[in-house]
Design a protein around this ligand. Structure first.
Ligand code: SAH
Length: 206
């Protein structure tokens, strides 16, 4: 089902298509929302957050141009779907989630499914993950209003970063940032997207 959706919308990368047809999206979605697991739309995962739409996951993964030796940083783990996809294509995934309950949910999903090349951390993604930097690729699945400088600093020369950039609760632009061998950043604008905001801090609502 996901395979047909993403191919019909123009995804061409064979390994992205293969991995997305193999990873069961319903395992990253709560029982109460199972009916929506294979529709091409974002689905709530609690705490006001969503699991991304399959097409957008496929498109961002394709834009990242992931290679099997890559070390990747993801900001915004959610329930872990995008990280799971990346873990089947790249060597190592480091993923940061700011909401503790979601970070723990993702960790238990990874354990249950046996994805042992994903390391999770509950923290604020704006600071990146210095102990494991630099990264070949960085992907943001929550939208900042400005490009986080720390993350650019943690990207390798010849690295790529894919992120939604723009104001909260409206459309943002999907961007590809390429860092050349001299450290210069080249920016490419892609499609309009709608992501949850990348927050500066997590304030728990009781
Ligand atoms: N990658 C997920 C998408 C989850 S939605 C998927 O595959 O479906 C984006 C996530 O980013 C949310 O869980 C949200 O809590 C998280 N987030 C928002 N701001 C953040 C920040 N500053 N640091 C880390 N995670 C953040």
């Amino acid at each position: 089902m996901i395979t047909d959706q993403i191919i019909s919308r123009g995804i061409k990368n064979i390994s992205v298509i293969a991995v997305m047809s193999e990873i069961p999206r319903h395992l990253f979605i709560h029982r109460s929302n199972q009916a929506l697991a294979y529709s091409d739309q974002p689905v709530p995962i609690g705490y006001g957050q969503t699991i991304s739409q399959p097409y957008i996951v496929a498109y961002m993964t394709e834009l990242l141009k992931v290679e099997s030796h890559h070390k990747i940083l993801e900001i915004g783990t959610g329930s872990g779907y995008q990280a799971a996809i990346l873990s089947k294509i790249a060597k190592e995934i480091f993923t940061i989630e700011i909401i503790p309950e979601l970070g723990e949910l993702a960790l238990s999903n990874f354990k249950e499914l046996g994805y042992n090349n994903i390391t999770t951390r509950i923290a604020n993604g704006y600071k990146g993950w210095l102990e494991n930097a630099p990264f070949d690729r960085i992907i943001l699945t929550a939208a900042p209003e400005e490009i986080p400088k720390e993350l650019i600093a943690q990207l390798k020369p010849n690295g790529r970063m894919v992120l939604p950039l723009g104001p909260r609760w409206t459309h943002q632009k999907l961007l590809v940032l390429k860092k050349n061998s001299l450290g210069k950043i080249i920016q490419e604008k892609k499609i309009p997207v709608r992501f949850v905001p990348m927050v500066k801090e997590y304030i728990k609502n009781n």
